[in-house]
Design a binder for this molecule. Structure first.
Ligand code: SF4
Length: 437
C-alpha cells in the first residue's frame, strides 16, 4: 500500500499591498517564508513511525493551482497550516473524487476537526504519533474511524521515531528541522503553537536530538538546523546538557525561546560554544500596557517587559543574534505603537526584527474572546491567518490605521539602510564583547 504524505506550504498575504511589499522589501515576510519553506517535520516523523510494509512518498504543495497531477497513492495524509487549509480541503476532495482515502492532521484540524471532516475521511486530533499506527491498521482492515483523538494520552518524546529525512530531496533544502521540546509553561492568548497539542512542557532526550542531527548530517554534511520548538530553554538544566552535546556536532542552528534565557550567563556561553547563530524571542511589544494580560497564567510578559533592552544586550554580547518579534494591534496598542517599536528597535540594537499583526487563530483563547466581543471581521476566513492580514477590529485604532501602520513600519524597518545598520551595529557589539573577554 502506498501513502502520500502531503505538506501544504507557502504563505502569501491576503492583502495585495502587503504581498507587493513583501516582494520588494527583503526582510518583510522573510521569516514566514523561511517557515513556509521548511519541510513538514510532523509528516517526516509520522513517516518514521510507519511500518516498512507501506510505501511512502513525501510532497509539498506551495500552490494548489500548480499541482495538476495528484501523486498516486492509496492513502493521502495531509498536514496544513490554517492559512492554506482551504487548499488542503480542495486537495482532499480531489483525492476523494478518485477514490483515495484522505486524512488531515495538524493544528487547524486539531482546533476544528468537524470542519475538516466535511472534506476528508478521517481527522487526527492532537499529537499525531499517538494515533498514526492505529490509523494505519484500521485503514488496512477497512475500518478507518472518522476522528482519532488523544483521549487524555500524552506522547512521550523519549519514544519519538527518527524522522525520515531521507524522503527529502537534498537539493531542495538548506535548513532542516529538529524538535527538542513541545509545549510551553506560558499561555499567551494568541499562541497557536504546540501548546494547542499538549498542556505539558515536554523535552526530547538529548541523545535522541543528537541522533536526529547526525541522521541529517549523513544527507547534508553542513546543515543549518532550525529547532522546531516553541520555547527551547525553559528547563535550564536539560538545556545545558543539550548545549554541551551540540558543541561537538559542529552545526549552526536557530531556535525560539522566551526572554528568560538572558538571565543565565552560563547557558548563554554554552549556546555560543554550541554554535547558536540566532534566537527568536517573542517580545510582542515594548509597552507594558500592550503586553498586560496577554499571558494568561501569571501575566509573565508584563513582568519581563522592562528587562527587554538589557536582555537583548546580554544575549547579543555572547555572539548570539536576536530576532525580536512584535505583534501589532494588541488591545493595549494605540496608534503610537508603530513609532514606539521603531524607536525600541533602534535603541535596543536588535539584530533583526519581525513584525506581524495580532492573528486570531482558531482554537486560541484570543479567537474565543474576539468572537465573544464581536470583533472578528470574518469568522472563518482562514486565508487571512497569515500573520500579516487584519481580521479583527482593533481596540484603539481603526483597521486601516493598523494596516497602514504595519506597511509603513515595515518600510522603515526593512529598508536596506535599516537592515544593514542593524547588522553593522551587531558586528560592532561582537567586537566590543570579544575585546572585553
Ligand atoms: S511564550 Fe511563546 S510559545 Fe509560550 S505560550 Fe507564549 S507565544 Fe506560545
Amino acid at each position: 500500500m502506498k501513502i502520500a504524505l502531503i505538506a501544504m506550504s507557502g504563505v502569501r498575504a491576503f492583502n495585495e499591498e502587503l504581498t507587493r511589499l513583501g516582494m520588494t522589501l527583503p526582510g518583510f515576510v522573510e521569516r514566514s517564508q523561511v517557515i513556509a519553506s521548511l519541510p513538514s517535520l510532523s509528516l517526516l516523523t509520522l513517516a518514521g513511525a510507519t511500518p516498512e510494509r507501506f510505501e511512502l512518498e513525501y510532497h509539498e504543495v506551495p500552490d494548489i493551482k500548480n499541482f495538476p497531477v495528484l501523486p498516486a497513492c492509496d492513502l493521502a495524509a495531509i498536514s496544513t497550516y490554517t492559512a492554506q487549509v482551504k487548499d488542503a480541503y480542495a486537495l482532499a476532495e480531489r483525492y476523494k473524487d478518485v477514490g483515495v482515502t484522505t486524512v488531515i492532521g495538524g493544528l487547524h484540524a486539531t482546533a476544528l476537526p468537524h470542519e475538516a471532516l466535511r472534506h476528508c475521511d478521517a481527522v487526527v486530533v492532537g499529537e499525531g504519533e499517538l494515533s498514526w499506527t492505529q490509523l494505519l491498521e484500521d485503514f488496512e482492515r477497512g475500518c478507518l474511524q472518522r476522528v482519532y483523538e488523544p483521549n487524555g494520552r500524552q506522547f512521550d518524546l523519549a519514544l519519538a521515531p527518527l524522522p525520515r529525512f531521507d524522503l527529502l530531496d537534498p537539493e531542495e533544502y538548506n535548513r532542516l528541522t529538529v524538535q527538542t521540546q513541545r509545549g510551553c509553561p506560558w499561555k499567551c492568548d494568541f499562541c497557536a503553537g504546540s501548546v494547542m497539542l499538549t498542556p505539558k512542557y515536554k523535552i526530547k532526550p538529548v541523545a535522541k536530538v543528537i541522533d536526529e542531527i547526525r541522521a541529517i548530517k549523513q544527507i547534508w554534511p553542513k546543515p543549518f538546523i532550525e529547532f522546531a520548538d516553541d520555547n527551547t530553554f525553559v528547563n535550564k538544566k536539560n538545556s545545558k546538557m543539550l548545549m554541551r552535546a551540540l558543541a561537538d556536532e559542529g552545526v549552526r542552528w536557530f531556535t525560539e525561546t522566551d526572554v528568560s534565557v538572558a538571565e543565565d550567563a552560563e547557558l548563554l556561553s554554552l549556546m555560543r560554544e554550541a554554535h547558536c547563530a540566532q534566537i527568536l524571542v517573542g517580545f510582542e511589544s515594548p509597552n507594558a500596557a500592550a503586553v498586560d494580560g496577554i499571558e494568561l497564567n501569571r501575566n509573565w510578559k508584563k513582568k519581563k517587559v522592562d528587562s527587554y533592552k538589557a536582555a537583548i544586550d546580554r544575549i547579543q554580547s555572547h555572539g548570539i543574534a536576536v530576532i525580536g518579534c512584535f505583534i501589532l494591534g494588541l488591545d493595549g496598542d494605540t496608534s503610537g505603537v508603530f513609532d514606539d517599536i521603531r524607536c525600541f528597535v533602534e535603541e535596543s540594537g536588535l539584530f533583526q526584527v519581525q513584525i506581524t499583526v495580532m492573528t486570531p487563530f482558531p482554537g486560541t483563547p484570543l479567537y474565543a474572546r474576539l468572537k465573544r466581543e464581536e470583533r472578528l471581521l470574518e469568522e472563518t476566513e482562514w486565508g487571512k491567518c497569515t500573520l500579516f492580514d487584519v481580521n479583527f477590529t482593533p481596540k484603539q485604532m481603526s483597521v486601516s490605521e493598523l494596516e497602514q501602520g504595519l506597511i509603513s513600519l515595515g518600510k522603515q524597518l526593512y529598508s536596506e539602510e535599516s537592515r544593514s545598520g542593524r547588522v553593522t551595529a551587531f558586528r560592532r557589539q561582537l567586537r566590543r564583547a570579544a575585546r572585553s573577554r
